[in-house]
Design a protein around this ligand. Structure first.
Ligand SMILES: CC(C)(COP(=O)(O)OP(=O)(O)OC[C@H]1O[C@@H](n2cnc3c(N)ncnc32)[C@H](O)[C@@H]1OP(=O)(O)O)[C@@H](O)C(=O)NCCC(=O)NCCS
Length: 165
């Protein structure tokens, strides 16, 4: 499946494009001040470094809404009988417009194209909005990975089954 694709949402057209260094820097600054990253004291530099890193099995994309930078997504393609959504962020000004949902649809469509049996994601136990967002999309909580990122915090592993045979 092509790396770049557009989705239509109520907010307009959403595109997924390879991350640029400039976008990674801007996103790092904007995301370090919101949860879950603020909760874990991620710095803008740490986030920018992650977002601009080149990993063949886990490409980073910027999410663009009507030509404006709206967020970031990264998918680890080969994980556990299906890909793992290792990063998803929509900038606050662009939230609740359907862009996050469009990103999940794009993630799932690529996985279905690759005949994956499952898609996976992890969200922190305090990130109630994100957990509800994933569950509404059909993900089911399957494990609590206590202390995975920090002591006293659980990371909830969620799975959506795509193929059942
Ligand atoms: C969680 C997150 C990715 C969701 O992205 P989003 O773009 O806000 O998601 P959507 O707009 O598709 O859906 C969110 C809500 O907006 C609603 N919505 C969608 N389009 C809408 C519209 N045009 N008008 C009003 N509401 C709308 C959805 O129905 C949904 O509502 P609900 O939560 O009551 O069901 C985003 O909030 C985010 O990046 N949060 C901070 C980082 C984070 O937690 N990332 C996940 C880490 S695991």
């Amino acid at each position: 499946m092509a790396e770049m694709r557009s989705e239509s949402v109520s907010a307009g057209t959403v595109s997924f494009r390879p991350m640029t260094a400039e976008s990674a820097e801007h996103l790092g600054e904007a995301l370090a001040v919101i949860d879950p990253w603020a909760h874990y004291d991620y710095t803008p530099e740490m986030l920018s470094e992650f977002l601009s890193a080149k990993e063949e099995d886990a490409p980073r994309f910027e999410i663009v809404s009507d030509e404006a930078l709206a967020g970031a997504i990264s998918v680890r393609r080969t994980w556990l009988r299906g890909p793992y959504l290792q990063f998803l962020a929509i900038l606050p000004a662009f939230q609740k417009c359907g862009i996050g949902g469009a990103a999940l649809s794009w993630f799932e469509a690529r996985a279905r194209h690759d005949k994956a049996r499952n898609i996976w994601v992890v969200a922190s136990d305090f990130n109630r909005d994100a957990l509800a967002f994933y569950e509404r999309f059909g993900f089911v909580q399957v494990a609590n990975l206590d202390g995975l990122v920090a002591e006293g915090v659980g990371e909830i592993l969620l799975r959506k089954r795509l193929l059942t045979r």
